[in-house]
Design a protein around this ligand. Structure first.
Ligand code: GLU
Length: 368
């Protein structure tokens, strides 16, 4: 049910689903998985895949053992393996007529508001073009201090910045159990978790875990991020064929329910803890457009107050100084001073370079 109600879904697959213990590529599995993706796309869902496997694929090609790799070497190996990984996806997904693209992210891309906004826009444009973005960490340049380190946390950040409704972490266990299912027969799968309390934390660090890089602890960290982003998250077993279909049919997984609505989370993110850096005074036409949920265009802007940067939080006020909205600016205050009052089609000539056409995009704005 949760999956059916979700329009934008992020699915994370770990290396162990792509490559088995004997280092063979699980091509049949990937083919079945791509059928799942096709089915979701046919239902008009927007899909982002977060896939690990760059290092594993690189090791396979170079006949190296992952365990013996030092960080700098593993970064080179990831650079070699990432191409192998995408070639694999391309080969399998194109058979099912799915277009894919690659996005490599570093921690700053999701932690810094401006870069996160940019990444969000790229996701949206890829959806419009009919492509499925496949995301991995940019392992080749990230150093240990600026690494997500595991793709569970990366996937939850991707879900957050893309405004996804649902994140599925496909793992090699069904979900979170009350006890270690390998040791205790009476262990029960926990179907839904509202609150990640001490009991849940304890189970997750007590060895009831999968074999992948992250383990259960990083999945719980990912769930915490999702709960505060208004995104529902599942830990599900990906080892079977058509794993997404199985979730739909059997619901044999652990769901973490969000604590806030997606809209509230986004509002909080936009308004944030930092105070607005500036103000835009707009005309009545623009005010009416905002009320109808439209973006703010340059034509409706009368006065720019303050000095701010792209991605900064600004106030939007009417001519009587009444606040209408808050939003994140896609332009600097200097740029807006040059383009205010002008039609969007003139922005290119006025600034001398290609930019976005909305000064504050509707997705980055909340009405006050
Ligand atoms: N980004 C790493 C890779 O593609 C994997 C990280 C993880 O396994 O969570 O090899």
């Amino acid at each position: 049910m949760y999956l059916k109600n979700s329009k934008k879904i992020v699915i994370k697959i770990g290396s162990s689903l792509l490559i088995d213990k004997s280092k063979n590529i699980r091509i049949k599995w990937l083919n079945e998985f791509s059928k799942d993706i096709k089915e979701l796309l046919n239902k008009n869902k927007k899909i982002i895949i977060v896939s690990s496997g760059a290092i594993a694929m690189g090791c396979k090609k170079l006949k190296l053992n992952k365990k013996n790799l030092k960080l700098d070497k593993s970064q080179a190996v990831a650079s070699i393996g990432q191409i192998e990984l995408m070639n694999l996806f391309n080969k399998v997904f194109s058979k099912n007529k799915i277009n894919i693209s690659q996005i490599l992210l570093t921690l700053d891309d999701t932690e810094q508001r401006r870069r996160a906004l940019n990444a969000k826009r790229t996701f949206e444009n890829l959806f419009e073009l009919g492509f499925v973005p496949i995301v991995n960490e940019n392992d080749s340049t990230a150093t240990s201090e600026i690494k997500y380190g595991d793709n569970d946390r990366l996937a939850s950040r991707v879900a957050q910045i893309s405004g996804a409704d649902c994140l599925i972490l496909l793992s090699d266990v069904d979900g979170l159990y009350t006890k270690n299912p390998k040791l205790k027969k009476n262990a029960k799968l926990i179907k839904e978790i509202n609150n990640i309390d001490k009991k849940i934390e304890k189970i997750s660090t007590n060895g009831v875990s999968e074999h992948g890089t992250g383990g259960m602890k990083t999945k719980i960290d990912a769930a915490k991020i999702c709960q505060l982003s208004g995104c529902i998250m599942a830990i599900a077993n990906g080892l079977m064929e058509r794993p997404i279909n199985q979730i739909n049919k059997k619901n044999n997984c652990t769901w973490f329910l969000p604590k806030v609505s997606k809209l509230d989370a986004r509002k909080k993110w936009i308004i944030g803890s930092v105070s607005p850096k500036g103000e835009l005074i707009i005309d009545d036409g623009a005010k009416n457009a905002l009320k109808k949920g439209k973006s703010l265009l340059a034509a409706g802007i009368k006065i720019v107050v303050g000095k701010f940067n792209k991605g900064d939080h600004i106030k939007i006020v009417d001519r009587n100084n009444k606040e209408c909205a808050r939003g994140l600016s896609s332009f600097t205050s200097d740029e807006i001073n040059k383009i205010k009052g002008h039609h969007s089609s003139n922005i290119h000539d006025l600034l001398g370079y290609i930019t976005k056409s909305e000064v504050v995009h509707k997705d980055d704005m909340v009405e006050i």
